[in-house]
Write a protein that binds this ligand. Structure first.
Ligand code: HEC
Ligand code: HEC
Ligand code: HEC
Ligand code: HEC
Ligand code: HEC
Ligand code: HEC
Ligand code: HEC
Length: 273
């Protein structure tokens, strides 16, 4: 009972969530539409989060008392995201990727804007490799993106994959490519971690994708290898057709021109003894 009382007091004193003193004091009647006078970059970039159009106070609290302004979040970061986005559910969508399950959305996504699809904090495959590649040194903590940190202990528990020094091949086996090669399943796209893995949740183990190829659901490995074989076959057929067309053209030319080739002398008849 008493515990609850103090807990309630503590929680009472806490909101607005993690409110920090803003380096600049803002007038008590400051219009949040003006935040971008100093923070314009939050609305700029190749991929701007649609929620930014709803104003900074869709997610931030602003409180000015006397000479200090405190700015925080309306609720913990991950919870904020789930007020507008539905989270996949294990029962329905299969296994969840741990950081997604833990609602660490802002580890991978910038809540405002970024240069990459879905406002990710880094391009593929660097985003995934920040956690899934061994590092030369792991101290108390490792740095992820935008100054975010993960404890060394937590980092060491994450499974790592082995790649060659260029980070282009060596996973899931042999010298299989993971980057910088055309993706036969998506014209114009390159192969990446997301070609084989889901980012949030998957029905199959190890977050392996299920793909559709020519209207049939199948394993991503089979789908891509089929597409690759068919592309190779089509390529081989095209080359064969070209060679045949060229051969026919040459033959036609030859039959039109009087032959200039020296004729072989008639073969002397075998003299039979
Ligand atoms: C007069 C300029 C100015 C205005 C107006 C302004 N800011 Fe800031 N803000 C800064 C500066 C400078 C910093 C520190 C450097 C940085 O993080 O960009 C900062 C830091 C922040 C931070 C990180 C530190 C913290 O307090 O948690 C947040 C969040 C933030 N501003 C939100 C806002 C919001 C929301 C508004 C509008 C209500 C706003 N700012 C208006 C100048 C401004
Ligand atoms: C969709 C929700 C959302 C909206 C809308 C939003 N923010 Fe944020 N903002 C966040 C979250 C979540 C964080 C904390 C990120 C973290 O913990 O890494 C944050 C952090 C910040 C920070 C400090 C860290 C950083 O990324 O620089 C600044 C400054 C900031 N916001 C400014 C703004 C301004 C200015 C606006 C309006 C133009 C705005 N935000 C609108 C969710 C939002
Ligand atoms: C106020 C509502 C709101 C909040 C809060 C919100 N979002 Fe969104 N978000 C949207 C809307 C609207 C869209 C555009 C429609 C869509 O793609 O669903 C969007 C789109 C996105 C996209 C897809 C962008 C793209 O290019 O496909 C990502 C990623 C995203 N939000 C991440 C987040 C994260 C992370 C948070 C928490 C920090 C968050 N959102 C919080 C409303 C919100
Ligand atoms: C491990 C990194 C990671 C985490 C953690 C993560 N995401 Fe994503 N998310 C991605 C990537 C990568 C994409 C882009 C997928 C693509 O391009 O196909 C994405 C796409 C999205 C999209 C747009 C496409 C869609 O699925 O609708 C939304 C919205 C989104 N994430 C919201 C969230 C929310 C909310 C959370 C937290 C509960 C979260 N993400 C956690 C990596 C992550
Ligand atoms: C913030 C760190 C972090 C980032 C970034 C991250 N992951 Fe993970 N990933 C984890 C953790 C934690 C686990 C769970 C490990 C465990 O089960 O013990 C995991 C597990 C996995 C697994 C194995 C799932 C299983 O069944 O064992 C795969 C595959 C995976 N991640 C792929 C990705 C891909 C693809 C990306 C980029 C879109 C990515 N991860 C980005 C932290 C991360
Ligand atoms: C060609 C398909 C393919 C690509 C591309 C791919 N993976 Fe995988 N990945 C797999 C398969 C298959 C497994 C399961 C292998 C096993 O269980 O031995 C796996 C397993 C994993 C695991 C779990 C390892 C473990 O020990 O549990 C992680 C983490 C992972 N991949 C991350 C990544 C990251 C990060 C990338 C991008 C750099 C990536 N994968 C690219 C197919 C792929
Ligand atoms: C995005 C397309 C794609 C996906 C998905 C894919 N592969 Fe491949 N794989 C290739 C290509 C391209 C080659 C090279 C084949 C060639 O030279 O014609 C290859 C080669 C291979 C090889 C030959 C040996 C080697 O190390 O290069 C094996 C074995 C293989 N893949 C297994 C798999 C398995 C298992 C999976 C599923 C986890 C998978 N592949 C998923 C495209 C893919």
């Amino acid at each position: 009972m008493i515990c609850f009382f103090f807990y309630a007091l503590w929680v009472w004193a806490l909101p607005p969530q993690q409110a920090a003193e803003h380096p600049v004091a803002l007038a008590a009647d400051f219009d949040a539409a003006q935040c971008s006078e100093c923070h314009a970059e939050k609305q700029q970039g190749k991929h701007v989060h649609s929620a930014i159009a709803m104003g900074c106070t869709a997610c931030h609290t602003v409180e000015t008392k006397g000479e200090t302004t405190r700015i925080g979040l309306t609720m913990p970061a991950g919870e904020i995201c789930l007020t507008c986005h539905e989270q996949a559910k294990a029962e329905k969508d299969g296994m969840l990727h741990r950081p997604y399950e833990q609602k660490r959305c802002v580890v991978c996504h910038d809540p405002h804007s970024s240069e990459f699809t879905a406002q990710t904090r880094a391009p593929m495959n660097a985003l995934c490799l920040a956690c899934h590649k061994e590092r030369a040194e792991v101290g108390e903590s490792v740095e992820l993106f935008a100054g975010q940190k993960l404890s060394g202990e937590e980092f060491n528990q994450i499974p790592k994959i082995g790649l060659d020094a260029t980070l282009k091949f060596g996973h899931p086996m042999g010298s299989h490519k993971v980057a910088d090669a055309p993706n036969p399943l998506q014209a114009g796209e390159k192969i990446s971690c997301l070609t084989c893995h889901e980012n949030h949740a998957a029905a199959r183990e190890k977050l392996i994708r299920t793909t559709e190829y020519k209207g049939k659901k199948m394993d991503v490995c089979d789908a891509c290898h089929l597409a690759n074989d068919e592309a190779n076959m089509a390529e081989a057929q095209k080359r064969a057709d070209e060679l045949e067309a060229q051969r026919q053209k040459e033959e036609q030319m030859r039959s039109k021109q009087p032959s200039t080739m020296p004729q072989k002398p008639p073969r002397p008849k075998d003299k039979k003894p």
